[in-house]
Design a protein around this ligand. Structure first.
Ligand code: SAM
Length: 266
């Protein structure tokens, strides 16, 4: 990435840019690559896991659009990559509406460039921990009709909230905003009975002061009484796999077992 994006601190790594590095993108700096390399070396499989997460997100958005959902709020959307939520949704439902939320100024800059001229898609720079500000933002109010079903996408974001930031309260807030027939899609770091996840958590905590690998019980608790759809809580690659278009499926599933949880609730 070229240096000099305004509002961007290039001396500190960012979650969005490290993730971009793992996905093989170009929108990151030396400091981000250093963290990305730590993951690549100390946690083999992290690149496959990042790709598997994106592919699962694509499958879930496609399924939701095919099921008739035409409004999406994507929390912690990340830097634009190969197939973004609005592109997947609008392939099925051309006038699907998508609001992207991310706190990283780079996401805002790149997202706005990508979305120029898109009447049905917006990107907001906001903190997911302030859901009311997102709910009341003029772009959200203009694009999303909260009297009709909405998909709330929480892909690889709740694990960036520490326990004292109460991720369950965040999910509950949005549950109260959306009507029956809405869906929540969640992917989350999943802790296993192995030292790898504790080491990975230590790297993220020391780098960003956040990053939680939660147990199955902790992840399930995030959803209160929401119905969890088939196949339930599974590794990303095993969530309704589309083997024909997902070359990583076979190789990535085993690595993910201890690291990711994936579920969709409605
Ligand atoms: N959702 C995308 C996906 O699953 O491919 C990107 C996930 S990326 C690992 C996490 C994103 O969440 C980053 O872009 C980061 O900037 C953003 N993020 C982290 N904490 C946030 C917060 N409190 N509010 C808004 N965005 C946040």
């Amino acid at each position: 990435m070229t240096e000099g994006n305004s509002g961007v601190d290039q001396s500190k790594p960012s979650i969005a840019r490290v993730y971009d590095c793992l996905l093989g993108g170009k929108d990151h700096y030396v400091v981000d690559r250093a963290v990305g390399e730590t993951f690549k070396h100390d946690m083999p499989g992290s690149v496959a896991i990042a790709h598997a997460n994106r592919q699962n997100l694509v499958r879930a958005v496609r399924e939701l659009a095919l099921a008739g959902i035409d409004q999406f709020i994507d929390m912690g959307s990340g830097l634009p990559t190969a197939d973004n939520v609005h592109q997947v949704a609008q392939r099925q439902v051309p006038d699907a509406r998508v609001v992207y939320i991310d706190s990283d100024p780079i996401v805002l800059a790149h997202g706005r460039a990508l979305l120029e001229g898109h009447a049905h898609t917006r990107v907001l720079q906001a903190d997911v921990r302030d859901p009311q500000a997102i709910r009341e933002h003029p772009d959200t109010v203009e694009l999303i009709d909260f009297d009709r079903p909405v998909a709330v996408v929480l892909s690889a974001i709740l694990h960036h909230l520490n326990d004292d930031e109460d991720p369950r309260a965040l999910v509950r807030y949005w549950q109260e905003q959306v009507p029956s027939g809405s869906y929540f899609f969640i992917s989350h770091f999943r802790s296993g009975d192995n030292p790898q996840t504790a080491e990975a958590e230590a790297v993220l905590q020391s780098t960003f002061g956040r990053g939680r690998w939660r147990s199955d019980a902790e992840i399930r608790a995030l959803f209160g009484d929401l119905e969890i759809l088939e196949p339930g809580i599974v590794p990303s690659s095993l969530w309704r796999p589309d083997v024909a278009s997902d070359p990583l499926h076979a190789g990535a599933a085993e690595a993910e077992l201890t690291v990711w949880e994936q579920l969709i609730v409605g």
